[in-house]
Design a protein around this ligand. Sequence first.
Ligand SMILES: NC(=O)C1=CN([C@@H]2O[C@H](COP(=O)(O)OP(=O)(O)OC[C@H]3O[C@@H](n4cnc5c(N)ncnc54)[C@H](OP(=O)(O)O)[C@@H]3O)[C@@H](O)[C@H]2O)C=CC1
Ligand SMILES: O=C(O)CCC(=O)C(=O)O
Ligand SMILES: [Mg+2]
Length: 416
Amino acid sequence: MTKIKVPANGQKITVNQDFSLNVPDNPIIPFIEGDGIGVDISPVMIKVVDAAIEKAYGSKRKIEWMEVYAGEKATQVYDKDTWLPDETLAAVRDYVVSIKGPLTTPVGGGIRSLNVALRQQLDLYVCQRPVRWFKGVPSPVKEPGLVDMVIFRENSEDIYAGVEWKADSPEAKKVIEFLTKEMGVKKIRFTEHCGIGIKPVSEEGTKRLVRKALQYTIDNDRESLTIVHKGNIMKFTEGAFKDWGYEVAQKEFGAELLDGGPWMQFKNPKTGKNIIVKDAIADAMLQQILLRPAEYDVIATLNLNGDYLSDALAAQVGGIGIAPGANLSDSIAMFEATHGTAPKYAGQDKVNPGSVILSAEMMLRHMGWYEAADLIIKGIDGAIAAKTVTYDFERLMEGAKLLSCSQFGDAIIANM
Ligand SMILES: NC(=O)C1=CN([C@@H]2O[C@H](COP(=O)(O)OP(=O)(O)OC[C@H]3O[C@@H](n4cnc5c(N)ncnc54)[C@H](OP(=O)(O)O)[C@@H]3O)[C@@H](O)[C@H]2O)C=CC1
Ligand SMILES: O=C(O)CCC(=O)C(=O)O
Ligand SMILES: [Mg+2]
């Protein structure tokens, strides 16, 4: 069943063997509108991106947007049980670069996360979330400008992958019986009525993530990489993540122990400057980012830590309303907002579209369309400087003018 309408005038982005992209002047970009506030933010994102491209390149370049479906909209377009159609997965894979709005995951029962499913099924193993402050954005901290970090969150493993069984299910009972009877585990406090989850963390999954983070550190002339883990408690998962992370730095990037270790250092082959590789335990890291943010730069961490850390850091620079992100494999890139579907605001033309717009800005850079990406930054800078902002900023800014979601998009365009 084909519900996707392929634009007649566009062309596919293709990938070379070295994973570089061939981007035509009229690439077809699949987009998932998203549940909840997806209906508000996605059209605004498209309008802003189209305006930036037109301003940068005139009629020479244009994105041909192709709607593909997931989440609640897929259940309307296909049938009530189809949340993630095969043709959506195929389109995201074939067209190489895509963007999505947020998708709902019910708490407790119901469907498993479609966001996690997309990441797993397309093996988008890096979740890259840059966090920096835009001048003028209201923040709960004294010096938000000190926050300039890029999180590399492992996106395919960990307890977050959802290998778990419900309390009292035959599966949970079987796993608990195996652990207590065959493995001699005595540490499960209550073996009756007990849900159980598994936390897989592999050498391959860890190393490919840390490798990407280190390469980014080199390519972007950053000062340090911090491996964030809870390895004191979860020794063979989070602790192993730390050890494998250092091993990649040492064996593949030539890092050497600093003052006897465990921290390491190597020279950036492109600039000759030193890059420090260090680690921090996750709970302490959550206070470090508040108290000493200037000391942290690129971060490599596990899936769940990265989820917590990215929302916490976003709050320091104005909230998840403007925190962007990308899900990446070596060849496929799917850009997405950091926030969720914020159901209480759905359809009200109210929320901040900044997060998905800045995700699109990352997408344009990924495509090599730097001039259009720069215009989006200029537009956002200008709209914020003029104090013309959505409710989330307006409620914290003195003398600001409250704009709707779509009006904020127009303000970005007016300031390009
Ligand atoms: N990648 C994805 O698709 C994600 C999906 N989700 C899913 O989204 C659903 C809702 O999750 P929930 O925990 O409520 O988190 P949300 O991120 O949806 O919302 C939490 C709060 O964050 C603020 N917020 C979120 N988006 C914006 C925005 N664009 N502009 C301004 N403020 C914003 C609002 O704060 P305030 O109330 O202060 O105005 C909102 O109430 C769940 O089903 C969850 O699984 C969650 C995260 C990511
Ligand atoms: O999949 C979900 O519903 C939540 C995802 C999430 O919180 C995230 O990707 O940061
Ligand atoms: Mg999250």
